[in-house]
Design a binder for this molecule. Sequence first.
Ligand code: FAD
Length: 286
Amino acid sequence: MKLNEYDVTEPYHAIIKSTTLLTPADHPTEVRHIVLDIPDPTFNFTEGQSVGVLIPGPHKFGNPHHLRLYTVASASNGESGNPSEVSICVRRCSYIDDVSGEEVEGVASNFLCDASVGDKIEITGPYGRHFTMPQDKSSNLLMIGTGTGIAPFRAFVKHIYEESGGWEGKVRLFYGAQTGMEMLYMNDSSDDISQYLDKETFTAIQALSPRPHFNDPIDLQGALESHESEIWEMVNKPNTYVYVAGQESTKEHLDKAMTTMAGSEEAWHETLQKLENEDRWSELLY
Ligand code: FAD
């Protein structure tokens, strides 16, 4: 669905409750954990959904609004158990303008990263398919993501170990970032996910770029392939649910790794089809 097709007619009023750096202050990549307070009780969401943020105008080319989506990073009963609060994880974006060659700031991400506690903003949604968690706690959960794609997995892990009282099946998180300092919620700035690593059923496997200063791609494929036997065994069990989130390129690396594990592209497509047909495969890619 295109951004201009989303219904933005009745936005919710939200207040910035807190804004916290998830990356070191002197790091070139800036990602923030932003908690929004949305007092309207009709605003509800579930893991895997995204909220729209409407940026105040005027906008370029006469556009009536600038809407961008951000995946919720809170479990469905609200941030820290407060039903009116929802968190998002925002990377400050910029791009090089094709015509002028100048660096231009992304509108919504800079607006959000510059926002202060107490600022009022407009939120729409939530949108998107839920990342439905199985009821049966003996199910296996395989979560694969990169960058800010960690947001729905923070929500999952918190839901599992804080709200549901634990999990019996395997919970595996394969997470890729350019450097260790960009391992969001798993670095010195925040241990929101790493604090659960002592849980018996939870393992997080990190994938980094082999040469971050040269901007070499994150070796997600290598991390997946180095756990080939466990992943392939999980994927072929009828009680395993797979969730993929983050940049579109995540899917490409995942497809390559899975093709190696399956033995051929055809065999992987067959397995993927089965997972999709049985509603055991969910994607949130952007
Ligand atoms: P924009 O102002 O939209 O500009 C950013 C991009 O626009 C550039 O990278 C470039 O590709 C392009 N662009 C625009 N103008 C030009 C130009 N003149 N020349 C060249 N290129 C140009 N982001 C997060 O940080 N966290 C999330 O959890 C998250 N979840 C998402 C969930 C979904 C379902 C989707 C679809 C996206 C998600 N995003 C998330 C991405 C987010 O919605 C925004 O796209 C991102 O923050 C950039 O928006 P912006 O307004 O800051 O940048």
